[in-house]
Design a protein around this ligand. Structure first.
Ligand SMILES: [Zn+2]
Length: 119
């Protein structure tokens, strides 16, 4: 269902953008992203730390990193209309919500990711 939601969300985006978003969200869920913590776990980088000095986990990226304090309130405001904000909801949606509400959640998450310019 998640892949279908992402497909629907991205219908107006180029094929490459769709592929990138699909793989990116999957990477974050499976801890295979280019966040430092994930790369450190695979011995690709020397430190799990973010440039802000804290360990750069997926949770840190979405909830704590001071580099994104300027865009985080927009994300949380958009998500909290539908569900309490949690990492689970950001990455997988909320199964008790409608298709349209979950699509809105994923749209807000992808907007945050794009605005962060982290990837
Ligand atoms: Zn950080």
């Amino acid at each position: 269902m998640l892949s279908y939601l992402i497909y629907q969300l991205c219908q107006n985006i180029s094929y490459m953008a769709i592929a990138n978003l699909k793989y990116f969200s999957q990477d974050l869920r499976t801890k295979c992203s280019s966040l430092s913590h994930d790369l450190f776990g695979k011995n690709i980088v020397l430190s799990p730390n973010c440039s802000c000095g804290q360990v750069e986990t997926t949770h840190h990226y979405f909830f704590n990193c001071n580099r994104y304090n300027h865009i985080r309130p927009i994300l949380f405001d958009q998500i909290s209309r539908y569900s309490p904000v949690s990492l689970e909801v950001l990455l997988k949606g909320n199964s008790s919500l409608s298709y349209d509400d979950n699509t809105s959640i994923f749209s807000a998450v992808f907007s945050f990711i794009e605005r962060s310019k982290r990837f």
